[in-house]
Design a protein around this ligand. Structure first.
Ligand code: IVH
Length: 706
C-alpha cells in the first residue's frame, strides 16, 4: 500500500507536510480503534507500514516530528500509567560475524588487561524476539510490571501481567531466599503455535491479523482490557535484573539459576563459554536449531559471566560493555534498480542512493538503499535496470550487496559517477586523500560553504531536534528563507537566524507579507528563536555540524572543555597543528584521530571560523552540564602515568570520566591530580617540579570511593 508512494526524499516540503497530516490522522484513527475500541480495521503489517512511512517523513523533515510528538505519540501511550525504572533498561550493541564476536571478546580482555592464558567466561544464550519486561517484587510479592519504554520510563502493564501469570510462568510470590526488593527482567513472547492459533481465531472473528509473533505479543500485552490479554498465551524468559536488595549470586549464570529456583522460566539454551571459538560453536548450534525452537529469536547474546567484571566494564552510552548481541544474518530480497540518485550531505559527501522497485525485506518496505560511494558501485558493477540483492540488518539503512548478473537486461551501461555536484554551481567533485595518503572512496563537492546543498543541509542540521530545535523553523522554512525573494530576509548561515527579527523590522517587505506566514506565526517564530539564544555547550558543539562530531562526541567534548571559550581555544590550537592540544583531546575516552582531524579541518577554514564567530556573537553558550551528580573529582583534570595494578588504563579513564573528571595525556599547570604507578617517568618528574598532587593508585581509588 504505502510501498508505491513517492519516495520521501523526492517530496517537496509542502507535499511532505500534507501527507504527514493525512497519515497522522489516519494512524490516530487506527490507534483509537485498536486500543480503545479493540476493533482494528487494518492488519498489523499495514499499520506498521503507515507508521514507517510517517517515521520516514519525520526523518526527512524533522520539523514534522515535533508536531507529531504531540499528535501521534501521546495517543496510545496515554492509556497506561508510566513507571520510571529505578535502574535504566538497557539495549545491546550488535555484531554480525564470528570475527566481530571475537573482537568483542578481545576488546574486553584489553580493557581488563586480562592475560591471554587466563580463561574469561561468557554466557551465550538466544536473543528472544519479543518485548522486554521488568517485574518488581517487594517483600517477595509481585507489585508491578513495566515495559521497557524508552529505557528510562515504561508503561505500567501490571494488570495485564497478572492476567497471564499461568501461561507466562511468572510467579506471584518469591521464596524466602529472595531479597526484599527484586526486579527481574526478561522477554515476553509468543510461541509460533500460539501465534498461528491467535491469528486463526482473529481471522474467524474478523479481528486484527498480526504480522509476526512479536507484534502479536506486544498487541496482546498492551490491551486496555486484561480479560483480552488473558486469552493470549504469552510466555516469558528471565535473563536480567534491575534493582536487587541482595544478590543471590556473583555470576550472570548464577543469577539466572537463582531466578529458575525462584520459579521463573529461563532459557535452556544458555551455556558458559571460555573462548571465542566456543561462542562461535554455540552460535552455530542455536542458528541450526532456530527453525525448530518454536519461538522467534534474532541472534545470540554473549555476556561476561563474572558480575565484578561486569561492574568494572560498565557502560558506553546505553549499552553495556560486557554484553553484545550476535545477530543472525540480515534478510535479503531481489528487486530492480530503477535509478541512482546523488545526495549531497552536510559535509559535501556525495552519496549514491539506489532507487528501487519497492520490495518487502524482513517485513519492511524498502524503496531506497545506500550504494555507499563510487567505488562500491564500481565493485558491484551496479547499473540502472539491473536486478540487485538488497539487504536489511536490524536498524541499519538497507544496502545493495550484489547484482544478479544472470538477470541483467540488454543494453545496460556502466554507471558513470558525476564529476560535478548536482547543485546549481555544478562544482567539481574531488576525492580526498585519506590520512594514509591513498585516495579516499568518498567524493565531495569542493564547494564547501559555496555549495547551496551543503549550506542548506548544514542549516537543516543546525535547527534539527537534537541541535537548536527551533520550533517553527524546519526544513520547509529553511528552504524558504534560504532563497527568500527578499534578499534582506535570507538565512544563509546560522547567525542569520538570530538577526532575522532585526532585519525584518527594518525591511520594507516583511515576512508576514508572504503566503504561509501570519502575524502570529511570525511572532511565534521570533519568540522560538529568542528562546534559543541561550544554548547548552553540548548542543552548540553538535549543532556546528563538524564531521565525526555526533551527539555523543559533542557531549564528551563539551564536558571535557566545560565552557565554549575553552573548547574554542583547544580546537584552534589543534587546527594550528599543536600536538599537545591534539593529544589532550585524544586522551578523552572515545575520541580518536578522526575527530581531532575533523576539528582541525573545520577550525582551519577561515569561513567556518568567521561563521562561528558571528553565531557566538548572537548567543550565550551555557557551560556543559555536569554528568551524574557531583563527585570529589568532578571538573578535575587527572593524568595517569606508570603502570596501574588494580585496573587498566582504559578502565581508569572511563571510570574517572564517568565521575566527571577530565583525563589528560600530559602534565601541565592545569593538572589537578597525577596518579602514578610503578615505572612512572618524565610525567612524574614534571608533576613534582610543578608541585602537583601526586597520588598512588590506592589513594586515587580511595578518593573516588573505591
Ligand atoms: S540482555 C543489559 N538477553 O534484546 C542487557 N536481552 O537489543 C540487557 N533480548 O532490550 C539485555 N533476549 O529486550 C538480553 N537473552 C537476552 C535477550 C535480550 C532478547 C532483548 C531485550 C533487549 C534487547 C536489546
Amino acid at each position: 500500500m504505502t510501498g508505491i508512494s513517492k519516495d520521501v526524499a523526492a517530496l517537496l516540503p509542502i507535499e511532505a507536510e500534507i501527507e504527514h497530516q493525512r497519515l497522522a490522522a489516519e494512524i490516530a484513527g487506527h490507534d483509537l480503534r485498536y486500543h480503545q475500541e479493540d476493533a482494528p480495521v487494518i492488519s498489523d503489517a499495514d499499520y506498521d507500514a503507515l507508521r514507517r512511512r510517517l517515521e520516514a517523513l519525520e526523518a526527512a523533515f524533522p520539523t514534522l516530528a515535533a508536531r507529531a510528538a504531540q499528535q501521534v505519540g501521546a495517543a496510545p501511550s496515554g492509556k497506561f500509567a508510566k513507571i520510571r525504572h529505578r535502574l535504566p533498561m538497557l539495549s545491546l550493541g550488535n555484531v554480525f560475524s564470528v570475527e566481530e564476536a571475537a573482537e568483542f571478546v578481545a576488546r574486553i580482555r584489553r580493557f581488563l588487561d586480562w592475560p591471554a592464558e587466563k580463561p574469561l567466561a561468557l554466557t551465550a544464550e538466544p536473543k528472544i524476539d519479543g518485548l522486554s519486561l521488568s517485574l518488581r517484587y517487594e517483600s517477595r510479592r509481585l507489585i508491578s510490571a513495566a515495559t521497557r519504554g524508552d529505557g528510562a520510563e515504561g508503561e505500567d502493564v501490571t494488570a495485564n501481567i497478572r492476567a497471564v501469570l499461568a501461561t507466562t510462568g511468572i510467579p506471584e510470590t518469591l521464596p524466602a531466599e529472595a531479597p526484599d526488593i527484586a526486579e527481574i527482567r526478561g522477554e515476553i513472547y509468543l510461541s509460533h503455535a500460539d501465534f498461528a492459533a491467535i491469528n486463526a481465531r482473529q481471522a474467524e472473528t474478523g479481528g486484527k491479523i498480526f504480522a509476526n509473533p512479536r507484534n502479536a505479543a506486544a498487541g496482546s500485552l498492551r490491551q486496555i482490557d486484561p480479560q483480552v490479554t488473558a486469552t493470549r498465551p504469552l510466555r516469558f524468559f528471565a535473563y536480567a535484573w534491575g534493582e536487587m536488595g541482595a544478590m543471590p549470586a556473583g555470576t550472570q549464570s548464577g543469577m539466572v539459576t537463582a531466578f529458575a529456583r525462584w520459579g521463573f522460566p529461563t532459557n535452556p539454551l544458555m551455556v558458559l563459554c571460555e573462548t571465542p571459538e566456543a561462542l562461535a560453536t554455540h552460535y552455530r548450534r542455536i542458528e541450526r536449531d532456530r527453525p525448530v525452537l518454536g519461538y522467534d529469536i534474532d541472534g545470540v547474546v554473549y555476556k561476561v559471566d563474572d558480575l565484578d567484571l561486569q561492574r568494572r566494564l560498565g557502560f558506553v552510552a546505553r549499552a553495556p560493555r560486557w554484553a553484545v548481541a550476535h545477530k543472525f544474518p540480515a534478510e535479503k530480497a531481489v528487486t530492480r534498480l530503477n535509478a541512482i540518485e546523488i545526495q549531497v550531505g552536510r559535509t559535501g559527501a556525495l552519496t549514491p542512493v539506489a532507487k528501487l522497485e519497492p520490495i518487502t525485506v524482513g517485513g519492511v518496505v524498502v524503496s531506497n538503499a545506500t550504494l555507499h560511494n563510487a567505488d562500491e558501485i564500481a565493485r558491484l558493477d551496479a547499473r540502472v535496470g539491473d536486478f540487485v540483492v538488497v539487504q536489511r540488518a536490524g536498524d541499519v539503512i538497507p544496502q545493495v550487496v550484489e547484482v544478479v548478473l544472470e538477470r541483467r537486461p540488454e543494453g545496460t551501461e556502466p554507471y558513470g559517477f558525476p564529476g560535478t555536484c548536482p547543485c546549481s554551481l555544478a562544482t567539481p567533485v574531488i576525492r580526498e586523500a585519506t590520512s594514509a595518503g591513498v585516495e579516499g572512496a568518498v567524493r565531495r563537492c569542493s564547494g564547501e560553504f559555496a555549495c547551496p546543498f551543503q549550506r542548506i543541509e548544514h542549516l537543516r542540521h543546525f535547527v534539527s531536534r537534537r541541535a537548536f530545535d527551533i520550533e517553527g523553523l524546519g526544513e520547509k522554512q529553511i528552504a524558504f528563507f534560504f532563497d527568500c525573494p527578499v534578499e534582506a530576509l535570507r538565512i544563509r548561515e546560522p547567525a542569520d537566524i538570530f538577526t532575522l527579527e532585526r532585519r525584518n523590522d527594518a525591511a520594507f517587505q516583511k515576512i508576514e507579507n508572504f503566503e504561509g506566514f501570519g502575524k502570529t506565526s511570525v511572532a511565534n517564530l521570533f519568540s522560538a528563536i529568542a528562546a534559543r539564544r541561550q544554548i547548552a555547550l553540548e548542543r552548540f558543539i553538535f549543532a556546528l555540524g563538524i564531521r565525526h562530531v555526533g551527539e555523543t562526541t559533542a557531549k564528551i567534548l563539551a564536558r571535557a572543555a566545560g565552557e565554549w571559550p575553552a573548547f574554542e581555544a583547544l580546537a584552534k590550537r589543534i587546527a594550528a597543528g599543536d600536538a599537545e592540544a591534539t593529544g589532550e583531546m585524544q586522551a578523552l575516552d572515545q575520541i580518536g584521530s578522526a575527530v581531532t582531524e575533523a576539528i582541525a579541518e573545520f577550525f582551519s577554514r577561515p569561513e567556518a571560523v568567521s561563521m562561528v564567530d558571528r553565531l557566538v556573537g548572537e548567543l550565550t553558550v551555557l557551560p556543559a552540564e555536569r554528568p551524574v551528580g557531583e563527585s570529589p573529582v568532578t571538573g578535575k583534570t587527572v593524568v595517569f602515568t606508570g603502570s596501574l595494578e588494580r585496573m587498566t588504563r582504559d578502565e581508569a579513564k572511563a571510570r574517572a570520566e564517568s565521575l566527571g573528571a577530565k583525563v589528560a595525556g600530559s602534565v601541565s599547570k592545569k593538572t589537578d591530580y597525577v596518579v602514578a604507578g610503578p615505572g612512572a617517568g618524565s610525567k612524574l618528574d614534571k608533576a613534582t617540579e610543578l608541585g602537583l598532587r601526586v597520588l598512588t593508585e590506592d589513594e586515587w581509588l580511595a578518593l573516588i570511593g573505591g
